[in-house]
Design a binder for this molecule. Sequence first.
Ligand SMILES: C[S@@+](CC[C@H](N)C(=O)[O-])C[C@H]1O[C@@H](n2cnc3c(N)ncnc32)[C@H](O)[C@@H]1O
Length: 310
Amino acid sequence: MRGSPYHRPVLLDEVLRFLFTTADGVYVDATLGGGGHAESLLPRLSSSGHVIGFDADADAIEAARLRLSAFGDRVTLLHRNFEFLQATLAELKIDAVAGVFFDLGVSSFQLDAPGKGFSFRADERLDMRMSRSQPLDARTVVNEYSEKALADVIWRYGEERMSRRIAAEIVRRRQRSPIETTAQLAAIVKHTVGERFLIKSLARVFQALRIEVNNELERLQHALVQALAVVQRGGRIVVISYHSLEDRIVKETFKQAAASFRPSGNKLIPDIPLQPTLKILTRKPVEASDREKRNNPRARSAKLRAAERT
Ligand SMILES: C[S@@+](CC[C@H](N)C(=O)[O-])C[C@H]1O[C@@H](n2cnc3c(N)ncnc32)[C@H](O)[C@@H]1O
């Protein structure tokens, strides 16, 4: 199923270059999706190498199961959120891994698949849950959050300038009848921001709701700290992020773990020396080539950061 339409893996060569250090290692693919990156990593591993794949979306796990079937028991597929990374490895009696890879956000499949309600390009029930088993969905956020809470979500996670006005319009409309669909929400955004920058505003509002529904930033923060704890010396953490909020979390988490000093906060007292646990391998984030960006629109905003456990 190489090159299957499920989702075209982004920065594939770069991911392998940074992630792969040993053929005998156990690697975690924390965001398996359709298994695109895992499919290219697995042939490099020896018979003792193994990939453990997480995905919060049961449909992604099914797609990956098909795509990776040739690798048999060298892959473990888990329908699980990556926030349970450390606990899951403990359950599997694995104390250290050679690499942890995150390819954040949603796949093209999730954006395009009917019924998931992620996209403003289709008219569907407002849902946006990566996992059907989680209770909070976008319909609840849109219809039940206070005007201030909604505006804060749209501002903080979408960085949308018109957040307050959009939130006010949502509240005005939902007083008449609940907002049930992506098209209704898109119409409200259009009414508020006008035609000129509509697509950008829609993308920002939908991104904000998705982040809120799936608690994406907090989960990423927790999972990165866990990744630091489970990667063996010389092992790697590789993260592809697709917006500045994610990238900032990755950058700051790596920076803190790589710091040799903690500022004392007092000019008269020297900074406190630390034993860094991480070496940053990408001073600046790696971006896709122009060619990849042309061929795969998802690659346009991708930023890869990699670090090695010291
Ligand atoms: C960009 S796609 C990964 C695509 C994959 N690398 C490939 O090449 O096929 C991101 C995937 O991560 C999953 N995901 C996002 N956040 C997650 C989380 N906190 N825990 C588990 N899976 C998550 C999504 O459901 C989606 O399938």
